[in-house]
Design a protein around this ligand. Sequence first.
Ligand code: ADP
Ligand code: MG
Length: 348
Amino acid sequence: MAKIKFQGVEKRFGDVVVVEDLDFTIADREFFTFVGPSGCGKSTILNMIAGLADLSKGTIYFDETPVNGLSPGERDISMVFQSYALYPHMSIYENIAFPLRVKKQSAEVIDAEIKKLATLLGLETLLQRKPRELSGGQRQRVALGRAIIRRPRVFLMDEPLSNLDARLRIEMRAELKKLHENLQITTVYVTHDQEEAMVLSDRIAVVYQGKIQQCGHPMEVYARPMNLFVANFIGSPQINVIDGSLLKGLPAFDHVLKRFEYVDVVCGMRPTDLIFSAQNDGATLEGEVLLLEETGSDTWVDMLWKGVKIKGRARSGEEIVPGGRAFFDIPIDKVHLFDKDNKQRLSF
Ligand SMILES: Nc1ncnc2c1ncn2[C@@H]1O[C@H](COP(=O)(O)OP(=O)(O)O)[C@@H](O)[C@H]1O
Ligand SMILES: [Mg+2]
């Protein structure tokens, strides 16, 4: 097991900088996730940790040892990809055994390890089959088994659940979390799916255009996005964003006006923080209901308010109807303010 330290890491392809300013440490035993849109540099970061891509600048350390010059094999890592990369002609048993055969372990040791892993991963009855005889979810379990059996210092996972259907993805992510709790191996995970990142991780790093925009505990990032990109990317349904001007006289935001000359802001409000009701029982704001979305547990309401579309939640038991009016207040302590020019967070 190991902590992983990045020091001034940068990656260029030719003249194009695709990853820059990586300066931070993933703790020993941590489940750490890089999350961001496609093309933002996640796989490149993971490949640099793995030794599959060179660094253009800087150093990566495993514990106190620089690993820049080490091959993937010498780094003692295991990697799981979106495509399962199993050997098609080998049985499941032999696929999982492979890393130990390479290490010249005895047949008895290998057999004992495989029995243990097969139980852990629910593969007991499938060991004699070939990969093509397994479902996608089962194949990904085999890929995990093959990664685990070596007991590496570090697990690297690049979108390992992206090929699975929605339901299986949710099931597998719970298994991954359990697996990490059991094995306590430092895990670096990559996904474009913010919900997956939130659910799995001890900490997340939100990546955009090759830079870490924010790094922290998932709930901390959700509750206090440090710029507009993070606010938009993390959270489902997506945060409401409204351009506006901040006027003096709102005590909650006086600190913002004190520090800055101007008052043009972008205002973010999460749909979960806006509660719409059909009755006006003293609410200060109202708008026209455009659309309802029932998810079973929640009813999301799209509303037109002062010419802007915003999404909120219907108060339970309320008869809100499209075309009708709905009433609400804005909880001022749940409002996120961003600088209109540089998009950085203004409110505390
Ligand atoms: N071998 C390469 N040569 C040139 N550009 C590359 C290469 N690999 C990746 N890139 C570019 O680097 C950027 C980051 O890619 P990648 O790390 O794969 O993103 P992600 O995994 O977040 O989707 C992209 O713009 C991609 O086109
Ligand atoms: Mg990728």
